[in-house]
Design a protein around this ligand. Structure first.
Ligand code: MEV
Length: 328
């Protein structure tokens, strides 16, 4: 049996635009997915995901991804957990050459699914790490991040950046621009998260931005403007200027909103954070519902969010210095 865990993340800047080659700065947070893997000798894959903020389900299916289970849970839940795990195990079989390897996979996560905190990347990264180690193979971080990226990209119809998976693999704050992924020095950031209890469909939201970008030049310019915000954000991070980082996060939220990926509850939480005196606030991840990230060293934003209609949970998040790791 092998157990690995990997952190979720928030985007300080640059989601969506990163899909089109602009830079982005995600930052790993101490909310982790844990994936336990045990090799089976019958070549089957059995996924047990009882604790994914879902209603708990177990599915079992054959060695190939085509052998879909006949399970009595909504398709979206099967998609959320098993497509990513399928993809991760496919990568494991390919990279280790153990084409017929079967596994029992148990997933536990304290990252809400589809809420902008990188749940799928954390599950995929931890699953690949645990399953390769279970077969006696240790991948280096870059190979692991690359295999996890391929998995996400496949599930998201080829429209994924390396940002979520690289951040989850390495931990800390990172900068991603196309294939160039590296760690960044970041000041201590007073991160507060508001969660509306909902989720967005990353594939659909990414496709929506793609369509807008193709239809309107000004939407393409909006994507480029996000890139400019990110470049300014990098300077503010290097200077440790938390107020400026916050101002740029506000700007970034406005541009994402113009691209149609915010929602009423995300906007409401963003304004509640700003009214409470946060340095800045924006949605994080694909949007459509889920989480916002705000910067506030005081308790005000967390308190205000906990009284904001539509906000289900408000909590402070620590930067996760360590990315994926084996849990003994
Ligand atoms: C989703 O967490 C982030 C997006 O930029 C998609 C991606 O980078 O793959 C919306």
């Amino acid at each position: 049996m092998t157990l690995s865990s990997a952190p979720g993340k928030v985007y300080l800047f640059g989601e969506h635009a990163v899909v089109y080659g602009e830079p982005a700065v995600p930052c790993a947070i101490e909310r982790r997915a844990r994936v336990e893997v045990q090799q089976r000798d019958d070549g089957r894959l059995r996924v047990n995901a009882e604790d994914l903020s879902l209603n708990g389900f177990t599915v079992e299916y054959g060695a190939t991804a085509d052998a879909r289970p006949d399970v009595d849970v909504p398709e979206s839940l099967v998609t959320a957990a098993t497509q990513y795990v399928d993809g991760a195990i496919e990568q494991v079989r390919e990279v280790t050459g153990a084409e017929e390897a079967g596994f029992d996979v148990t997933i536990e996560s304290d990252i809400p699914l589809g809420a902008g905190l990188g749940s799928s990347a954390a599950v995929v990264v931890a699953a690949i790490d645990a399953a390769t180690r279970e077969l006696g193979v240790t991948l280096d971080r870059d190979e692991l991040a690359d295999r996890a990226y391929r998995t996400e990209s496949q599930v998201q119809d080829g429209q994924a950046s390396r940002a979520d998976t690289f951040c989850s693999a390495t931990g800390g704050a990172v900068r991603v621009e196309g294939d160039d992924c590296r760690s960044l020095e970041a000041p201590e950031l007073p991160i507060v998260i508001g969660f509306d209890g909902g989720a967005g469909d990353t594939g659909q939201l990414v496709a929506g931005v793609r369509d807008l970008r193709e239809e309107y030049d000004f939407a393409a310019h909006t994507v480029e403007a996000i890139g400019d915000v990110v470049r300014n954000g990098e300077d503010a991070l290097a200077d440790g200027d938390v107020e400026e980082i916050g101002r740029l996060m506000d700007f970034n939220h406005g541009l994402l909103s113009a691209l149609g990926v915010s929602s009423r509850s995300l906007d409401t939480m963003v304004w509640a954070a700003r009214d409470a005196g946060a340095h800045g606030a924006k949605l994080t991840g694909a949007g459509g519902g889920g989480c916002i990230v705000a910067l506030d060293p005081t308790e005000e934003t967390e308190t205000a969010l906990s009284f904001t209609p539509g906000c289900e949970d408000a909590f402070r998040a620590e930067l996760a210095e360590t990315g994926v790791k084996r849990v003994e």
